[in-house]
Design a protein around this ligand. Sequence first.
Ligand code: PEP
Length: 244
Amino acid sequence: MRKKIVAGNWKMNKTASETTELIDALKNQLNPSDVEVMIAPTFVNLQAAVKQTSDSHIEVIAQNMHQAQSGAYTGEIAADMLKDIGVQTVIIGHSERRAYFGETDAILAEKTKAALDNGLRVVFCFGEELADRQSEKHFELVASQLKNAFFALPSSDWNNIVLAYEPVRAIGTGETASPEQAQQIHYELRAFFASIDENIAQGLQILYGGSMNATNAEALLAQPDIDGGLIGGASLNADDFIKI
Ligand code: PEP
């Protein structure tokens, strides 16, 4: 039985005091449940957030990392720095990293490998642009994103990868895929992995991302192949995130 994951990607939002405040609200109102709850504050607030959540079931995760182990990469953060402060999971391949910071499939393959080699779990984001959907090339595109990122890895590593399917047109726009549309592609993704390894495919947690909110979450999360959500905007508000 796959556990559901609800992960909040806070992006470049929330100062230190706002981070503390939002975590307090979540801790006060979130009841322990079978759902894995993750939040991804900015790098500068990660260590404090890890400490603040240590007595809760909220996992603090990172939004990104660099692929090198250390060195002259001004402004970057390495996997072992995350591990050292108690972070165990990192988001890789978010569409904003791809679009604004030039992260190619090749770079994301290196990042994924570096994260896994350092014992981090990866939430790997991928998804098509509107044009790919309109030309009905969306499945080809997402399959190639996945192949390029981690098909060179031993399939045993895939147990430490959570997938986050995020159609780019739905991120931050208020336009979600319909639950049926999202279910269809999640089903196809699982079948794609099953053609390689049935066991891994059945255990793979595949999250949906793209304008999930307190209103549409229930219908999306009720789909059999949607194992949770990666949530941007709605994760910045305690009440909305708790409802999801
Ligand atoms: C995201 O950025 O991963 C995301 C899903 O954002 P939003 O929920 O705001 O669409």
